[in-house]
Design a protein around this ligand. Structure first.
Ligand code: NA7
Length: 537
């Protein structure tokens, strides 16, 4: 294909927006089906979320041997992960390797931001507009833009007056930042802040953490992967991947079916202790009712609060770090390396913004609760306009020119998370209405890519031109997603799952809490029934 501006654009089979885990596999899969595909990527390389989130300490909270593609046996046998949890540079290297190995780059346009995508009903084609370049025309428009790819910068008063550099963790400079000898402030104690804080503390002369809401975090117990562990994983990869795909969370956490409320306190604490020692998300798999029954959640939350008290030397600081306002897991639990220990350092201070509200950023620092905190640099670990941010910031118009962002004024509405009524031949990958961020994203992405590729193959084989979610099926799915969420403790936190972190955003629980297993079953049933709930023409 060519990007020549002088001739009418060639008709592509698919335009894929985004070259992260999802876009790369989508390209590979569709190309293997003989389709012409172009991937448009705003970054200068592959990686998506992992391309932009290169802040100090950036690391995945799913283990590397699981947070990787399962669709090529040779790839998974040959690639050597070096640590239990992969750091950003290693994930970036992995995806670059995949892009080279499968010759994906020739169909990817980097440094290319998509501004709009408009559907023409007469021709059943999408016109995808790119910043500074001619539009592309395609049969299918596939949105692989990620759930955490639009950074959220709060309107902190006086921020523009600050004399030093301000960096958001989600758009970290590729060249890195040298904080040595500096007084650094961090706003935000979500996963990004909790990962960055211990590393920034090592680099800075003094680190001041501005915390609004304390968060639950469990130790990663990260470390190098030795040859024997890797050998064992590789020897059992097919079974490991099968279990992951058959697990509600897309990774085998060793979930049990027992309820915490049926177990006596001593036994329960022992189980929590064992899982704490293993590190990572294992703790969440301890009992089946942790996200369903407040009493069960209180037990595990109490256990974690005790752990924080044990680690943090100063009792007042420990009290300020204890999460109390939300159930454990209702905001994504953080997985850290030395986070709470960092507060035992003399060169780290904690400012509790609930006690001492942030009044203003000044030229020389931050004033909170009447106290000036002098800073040379500021780091914003303030999160993302999650799940819908990247989908809505492109001007997407479907049938009769209706705009996706307008249609989603009251929150995202999808059928299975994959399709939207009024937007034929548009697929959303791992977005709202699907398990996505509540699971190992790579597992969910693989399921979505494979389902979408098969769906397109079905259309082509049977001579169909378009597929579109039915309004009624979409309405039922949205109601089902909400009902499922309402049965859990998830809505009891002001989380980004609910859009609560973005002022003015509708409060709707966006991901599907039913788990990947149930979800995939439903997707398979729909496909087997000739794509029931979709209009196929
Ligand atoms: P999160 O989890 O949304 O965390 C953002 C943090 O920033 C959180 O502690 C917020 O406090 C804080 N924040 C946001 N705005 C402000 C203002 N105005 N003042 C003070 N503090 C503020 O984003 P992350 O990047 O850490 O993690 C996102 C996901 O990436 C994570 O869940 C993993 O899946 C990977 P709040 O809690 O709102 O009081």
């Amino acid at each position: 294909m060519t990007n020549s501006p002088s001739t009418a654009p060639e008709l592509l089979d698919a335009v894929v927006v985004g070259a992260g885990f999802s876009g790369l596999y989508m390209l590979h899969k569709l190309r293997a089906q003989g389709l012409s595909v172009r991937v448009l990527e705003a970054g200068s390389d592959v990686g998506g979320t992992w391309y932009w989130n290169r802040y100090p300490g950036a690391r995945c909270d799913v283990e590397s041997v699981d947070y990787s593609y399962s669709w090529d046996e040779q790839l998974q046998q040959e690639w050597e992960w070096t640590e239990r949890y992969p750091a950003q540079p290693e994930i970036q290297r992995y995806l670059a390797h995949v892009a080279d190995r499968f010759d994906l780059r020739r169909d990817i346009s980097f440094d290319t931001r998509v501004t709009a995508a408009h559907y023409d009903e007469d021709t059943a084609r999408w016109t995808v507009h790119r910043e500074g370049r001619d539009p592309l025309v395609s049969r299918f428009c596939i949105r692989d833009t990620g759930c955490l790819s639009v950074p959220q910068t709060p309107r902190l008063p006086g921020l523009a007056d600050f004399r030093g550099p301000v960096h958001h963790t989600g758009t970290w400079p590729e060249s890195g930042v040298d904080f040595s000898g500096q007084r650094v402030g961090v706003v935000g104690t979500g996963s990004s802040g909790i990962q960055a804080i211990p590393v920034l503390a090592e680099q800075a002369r003094h680190l001041t953490v501005f915390q609004r809401t304390p968060n639950f975090s469990v130790p990663a117990m990260n470390g190098p992967l030795d040859a024997e562990t890797l050998r064992q994983v590789k020897a059992t990869y097919p079974e490991r991947r099968r279990k992951a795909r058959a697990s509600p969370s897309g990774v085998d956490r060793g979930d049990t079916e027992q309820n915490a409320v049926d177990v006596d306190e001593h036994e329960r604490r022992q189980e929590f202790e064992n899982r704490w020692g293993k590190g990572g998300f294992s703790l969440l798999g301890a009992y089946a009712d942790l996200m369903l029954d407040q009493r069960a959640n209180d037990a595990v939350a109490g256990f974690v609060r005790d752990k924080i008290r044990e680690v943090v030397d100063d009792p007042d600081t420990a009290e300020r770090l204890l999460p109390r306002d939300h159930p454990l897991g209702a905001k994504r639990i953080c997985v850290d390396t030395g986070y709470f220990e960092t507060y035992n350092r003399d060169d780290v201070s904690l400012v509790d913004l609930l006690e001492s509200p942030l009044e203003t950023v000044t030229a020389d620092g931050v004033r909170a609760g009447g106290t000036e905190h002098e800073l040379d640099a500021l780091v914003l670990a303030t999160g993302f306009d999650a799940m819908t941010g990247a989908l809505n910031r492109i001007d997407v118009r479907g049938r009769r020119g209706q705009q996706l962002a307008r249609r989603w004024d009251a929150g995202p509405r999808t059928y299975l998370g994959l399709g939207v009524a009024g937007f034929p031949n548009m697929f959303i990958l791992a977005g709202p209405g699907s398990p996505s961020v509540l699971t190992n994203m790579v597992t969910s992405i693989e399921q979505h890519v494979e389902w979408t590729a098969r769906c397109i193959e079905y259309l082509d084989t049977n001579g169909y031109r378009t597929i579109e979610a039915e309004a009624e099926a979409e309405r039922e799915w949205v109601a089902h997603v909400n009902e499922m969420a309402a049965e859990t403790l998830f809505p009891r936190a002001n989380s980004w799952y609910l859009g609560a972190n973005v002022p003015g955003k509708q409060r709707v629980f966006m991901p599907y809490v039913g788990g990947l297993t149930l979800y995939e079953q439903k997707c398979e049933e729909v496909a087997a029934a000739g794509y029931s709930g979709f209009v196929v023409k």
